[in-house]
Design a protein around this ligand. Structure first.
Ligand SMILES: Cc1cc2nc3c(=O)[nH]c(=O)nc-3n(C[C@H](O)[C@H](O)[C@H](O)COP(=O)(O)OP(=O)(O)OC[C@H]3O[C@@H](n4cnc5c(N)ncnc54)[C@H](O)[C@@H]3O)c2cc1C
Length: 360
């Protein structure tokens, strides 16, 4: 009898599995590679929304937890996937510069916005106005992290490179059974793949497609990340990643010509150096209607859980949110009402079951 079956080894499933491993729980993880959001993510741990200069949801708390969590994972796996990355915002007007200073006056943003602006960050990134530095930023290499942990689990025999077939799951009052594996609980972490999950697909997961291009620019020599209408950061050697796009309408997994053209056009506005597009990646962010995660227990099946809805901030929030769910299952500690899926039980679950509301 295992303690858990985890479905999905993106950031959500990986962070959960690592927490459970550290607390001595037994589990098996299934992943079929059908979603790519975590692997193609930029990997930034940036607490500030750089469009509006506001703090992302609870970002100060999440940042501290994420840094400690990934550092601990690095030590455990003896791999390095976390590195500091300086990030600058290029201003396009005096008004934006003023907004930066106004934001830097706010107590929760002050630790993250440098008020000493710099006139230039690189010879080939021209700017009519200054650049503002976001402090305390770092980056993880998500693909390397996920592959390293999957390899570690494979060595222990705790990883199955396989699709989880929902109709093979048997749920009883005491636990679950799946193709000969008995477990106390299942945690579903399929990202946008949750849409195919008959137990949880009542949840309002929207999905938002994001794409990056990888360029080669031998003369650029940029060592920091720069955000204007797009973001560019070093990706090793003379390669750089440029993105990301946001689309609420296209739910296909493949890279598109439209996104490549959009990014190339914006990049021409940012750089005055030659570049060549050498690769392109795409993924579906598991975004939700209220921009909060989807965490908790199924309304009817007490051994089924989900940990999803990380939207565009999975790197930053997965360590804290996985802890919240593990504490909830293991110790009964209440979930944050903002993340608890019970906020959708009445309207979304009951409606999906054909429940007729009085007066409706
Ligand atoms: C282009 C792009 C850039 C981004 N950049 C950043 C960033 O810089 N910083 C940041 O914080 N966030 C970023 N994000 C957001 C972040 O990637 C997501 O929030 C996060 O990856 C979601 O993780 P997840 O584990 O919930 O989902 P996913 O990454 O989608 O993982 C789900 C996993 O479940 C598996 N799966 C699904 N169904 C099944 C099944 N039936 N059986 C077995 N396995 C299954 C899939 O193969 C997949 O591995 C970015 C996203 C995109 C698309």
């Amino acid at each position: 009898m295992k303690d858990y079956i985890i479905v999905g080894a993106g950031l959500s499933g990986t962070c959960l599995a690592y927490r459970l491993e550290k607390s001595g729980r037994s589990f098996v993880v299934f992943d079929d590679g059908s979603q790519e959001a975590s692997k193609v993510a930029g990997g930034f741990m940036n607490p500030v929304i750089l469009k509006r200069f506001t703090l992302a949801w609870k970002a100060d708390e999440h940042l501290e937890a994420a840094y400690a969590f990934y550092s601990d994972m690095e030590r455990h796996l003896e791999k390095q996937f976390l590195s500091p990355l300086e990030v600058y915002r290029r201003f396009s007007s005096v008004e934006e510069q003023n907004n930066w200073f106004a934001a830097a006056d706010k107590p929760r943003l002050a630790p993250f916005l440098d008020t000493k602006l710099v006139p230039q960050v690189n010879d080939h990134v021209p700017g009519r106005f200054s650049f503002g530095r976001v402090l305390k930023t770092s980056r993880i290499d998500p693909r390397y992290l996920l592959d390293s942990y999957a390899e570690h689990l494979e060595e222990k025999g705790w990883f199955k490179n396989d699709s989880f077939e929902y109709d093979e799951l048997q749920v009883s009052a005491s636990g679950v059974s799946y193709k000969g594996i008995d477990a106390k609980n299942v945690i579903f972490c399929e990202g946008f793949g949750l849409q195919k999950n008959p137990f949880f697909n009542y949840l309002p997961l929207r999905g938002n497609k994001g794409e990056y291009i990888i360029i080669k620019a031998p003369k650029l020599d940029l060592e920091v990340g720069v955000k204007s209408s797009i973001f560019i950061f070093p990706a090793g050697g003379d390669h750089y990643a440029v993105g990301a796009t946001y689309s609420n309408t296209d739910k296909t997994p493949e890279p598109t010509t439209e996104a490549r053209e959009e990014l190339v056009e914006k990049l021409k506005d940012l750089l005055d150096v030659e570049f060549e597009v050498v690769d392109q990646v795409a993924g579906l962010r598991p975004s939700t209607i209220d921009r909060r995660p989807l965490v908790g227990r199924h309304p009817e099946h007490e051994h089924l859980y989900t940990c999803n809805g990380f939207g565009s901030r999975g790197i930053l929030i997965a360590p804290s949110i996985s802890k919240e769910l593990v504490d909830f299952v293991e110790t009964g500690k209440s979930l944050d009402p903002e993340t608890d899926i019970s906020r959708f039980t009445k309207k979304w679950f009951k409606k999906s079951q054909g429940f007729a509301f009085p007066g409706s």
